[in-house]
Design a protein around this ligand. Structure first.
Ligand code: CTP
Ligand code: CA
Length: 232
């Protein structure tokens, strides 16, 4: 496990990383969730720490090894993740790698839903979760100087990711093709395209750890080594 170094180019920079899935309870014994191993978010947190950043790592339930030298905040639901992110501000940069559930179940309570023997099926009502990335990207005094999101897509990856970047207002989006045949979900490699105001830049397929290093090198360039204070 990488330990945080105290004199890297990101020394004095506070960086937030969200990672893993969120779990939205249906009742005390059941939940809905996204597929996410947390591997890419963990690798990014580690790579940031290696460059000297003060990393706040907000993670949903994932069984990846916790990154070393970072502050780890464990959450279950999207609402808890949003609250933890809010409490971590202000930060210089935020990287949203979490696969946040888009909806939660309304009225999930403390009693287990039982089969009552009649064959009657339960009906779940959903409500939308807060969009953490869009919230971070909103202009204002608490907006990080750099906000980065991911876009996991299965069709027209670049088209959807470009639209997503504009809709959410973040600075960069890392688009990845998560069609099952790519093996990206749950695998050790990732193939991403970095989308910024300057356009789309396709990166070769590489280990998630290498994607993390390349992203962090970009963050170092963007935040400017040695500079202090945020840009807002
Ligand atoms: N995200 C977030 N909070 C949410 C939903 C998504 O912070 N409630 C972030 C993810 O961490 C990711 C980015 O938004 O960085 C894109 O997530 P994605 O699920 O691809 O986008 P959505 O806007 O939810 O669109 P959809 O699932 O309909 O494609
Ligand atoms: Ca989503």
């Amino acid at each position: 496990i990488a330990a945080r170094v105290t004199d890297g180019p990101l020394k004095g920079r506070r960086v937030l990383v969200t990672s893993g899935p969120t779990h939205e309870p249906i009742d005390p014994v059941r939940y809905i969730a996204n597929r996410s191993s947390g591997a890419q978010g963990t690798a990014i947190a580690e790579a940031l720490a290696v460059q000297g950043a003060d990393v706040v790592f907000v993670t949903g339930p994932a069984d990846t090894k916790r990154p070393g030298g970072v502050e780890v905040i464990e959450v279950q639901t999207a609402a808890e993740m949003a609250a933890a992110v809010d409490a971590a501000l202000p930060v210089d940069a935020a990287i949203c790698a979490a696969a946040v559930a888009d909806w939660h179940v309304v009225g999930a309570g403390n009693s287990k839903i039982k089969k009552d023997g009649s064959g009657k099926l339960p009906v779940l009502e959903f409500a939308e979760n807060p969009d953490i990335l869009a919230g971070l990207s909103r202009p204002g005094p608490r907006r990080p100087a750099l906000v980065v999101g991911f876009a996991a897509e299965t069709d027209d990856v670049i088209g959807h990711a470009t639209a997503k970047r504009e809709r959410k207002g973040c600075d960069w989006i890392l688009a990845n093709d998560v069609r099952p045949e790519t093996g990206v979900m749950g695998g050790g490699e990732n193939a991403v395209t970095l989308i910024s105001a300057a356009g789309a830049e396709e990166w070769p397929r590489m280990r998630k750890r290498e994607v993390a290093k390349k992203l962090v090198a970009r963050i170092v360039d963007e935040l400017g080594a040695g500079e202090t204070g945020r840009k807002d």
